[in-house]
Design a binder for this molecule. Sequence first.
Ligand code: GLN
Length: 260
Amino acid sequence: MKKTRIVALVLMLVLCVGIFAACGSKPGKGLDTVEDGVLVMATNAEFPPYEFIENNEVVGIDAEIAAAIAEKLGLTLKIENMEFDSIISSVKGGKADVGVAGMTVTDERLEEVAFSTTYATGVQVVIVTEDSPITAVDDLFAEGANHTIGVQLATTGDLYSTWDIEDEGLGTVDRYAKGADAVMALKNGKVDCVVIDNEPAKAFVAENEGLKILDTEYAVEDYAIAMNKDKAELNAAIDTALQELIKDGTVQAILDKYIG
Ligand code: GLN
């Protein structure tokens, strides 16, 4: 009796391994992607070094991570460049499989999309002009403060400064389509500071004279891949691939390549 049960168990195991092997040999097949055999990634290529345009192509950390995931799943990666504000609706509306855009996990977004495992940390920082009277993040929340804050529309920099500053009557938030436009507004004296993620902040400050990043941090957050809530199976496959790439050091190597 015991023996037959063991035999049955072994047979079942063999069968399972066989099924997995068969799936493995035809990766990509059967995955419920927007386009057959393709992983469609929505992003906003205005966010160096996570995504930016080089030689008419979207490149950067997120493009490389998505390419590695697609390869693991036997899919071809297709990148759709759009406004940051359109990424979530594109994923939710079934036009893209993933939103990979240095996207912070927030409770509000979790109502719209599913998020993968976290693959990087982001920090919201404040950019000011070198001679700015704003010397620390707390200056923005001080009683009687009345600053104009430049942000990229619909980013967490926009959300936080809207809640903490505009809604509190401590200033105004000016929303720009691109982070680079908010930085231009700062250079031209139209805003007093820009709240934005630390890595693009570093890139923008390096490109523009007379600007600096405050030492104090506004917020620390997690970046993850946004996915369609209705596609549990595809999402699990994407997340497993991402977890493997984190475990084997691929993600860290990609981060190190772009972030010195
Ligand atoms: N991390 C920020 C957010 O998720 C900004 C991302 C971006 O501009 N690409 O809102």
